[in-house]
Design a protein around this ligand. Sequence first.
Ligand SMILES: Cc1ncc(COP(=O)(O)O)c(C=O)c1O
Length: 345
Amino acid sequence: MRENIRDLKPYQSARETHQAGDYIFLDANENPFGRSLNRYPDPLQKELKDRIARQKSVDPARIFLGNGSDEIIDLLIRAFVEPAFDNMIIPQPTYGMYEVAANIHGAEVRKVPLSKDFQPEPADILKKADEKTKLLFLCSPNNPSGNLLKEDKVREVVANFQGLVVLDEAYLEFAQSAGFLPLLGQYPNVVLLRTFSKAAGLAGIRLGYAFADPRVIDILTRIKYPYNVNRLTQRMALQRMNKFRQVRRIVRVIRKERQNLEAFLNRCSFVEKVYPSDANFLLVRVKDPRGLMDYLHNHGVIIRDRSSLPYCQRAVRITIGKPRENKQLMKRCRQFDQKKPSYGT
Ligand SMILES: Cc1ncc(COP(=O)(O)O)c(C=O)c1O
């Protein structure tokens, strides 16, 4: 923990002690007129945390909720990495926000390449670490490659790394895997990140959560904005958790669509490689990424160029859409294929 955070006296919000009940609330300078949005939300999000705790069989003291996982990434760096002094390790390629957040805080970033099949290399990672290395980010399934990280590699890193290992499982529900939750009770330096933005289909409400040792959760709670998860978000998340059958059904549809799209792309002559994916997107190496992106863009379909990332030469990332959107994408890809008859050599 950074020294200034250790010494910090956190802001005490008026709503920490009394949330609801038969009181006259004259303690928080709210407007008394209104039904519920006139009141500040529960700063500790007790009901939602209890609900997640029950659903995931995790002690609520091990749960932190944030304004998207992006907020939690930011808070972890803010709490543990001393600007212009400490450092953190980010394997490459991975989700871009880790590095952006580090740069905002003036934290040194040490980059370590993943293997050619996008797995962590424990020896390389551990070699890069020193006593000032406070955080390591591992993303599983990894963005942009889509693969789950192998358990033996992750365990080797977690068991030997001296700082916190943040395991970002934003896309876990699209994989057939229980993820790294079992590591939580075994290693106090593990922080798991999850989100409502992907499988739960609520990117618009901004809600991410972390599972970690209660000491880590306490530190994050001390430094967060008092009302970081608003009332509408807490309510929407609780409602969506009642619809878990629907969420599961949609995840099944997305997985099936991913399989179809992968098979289709493998038949396209402009495609060099479709990387196996456990997420809701496919990383695809093509002959002419710019040409493909422009063609699709001109026909109303937007995909992401990832070709500037290490090991991602000529790669684009395609999110799995609804069945009719994927059909449209495939139609345009077929046209693009025919437009360039010289391909396929
Ligand atoms: C690996 C990964 N982690 C976290 C996020 C951000 O999640 P949130 O919407 O919860 O901030 C993303 C978003 O694309 C992501 O790809």
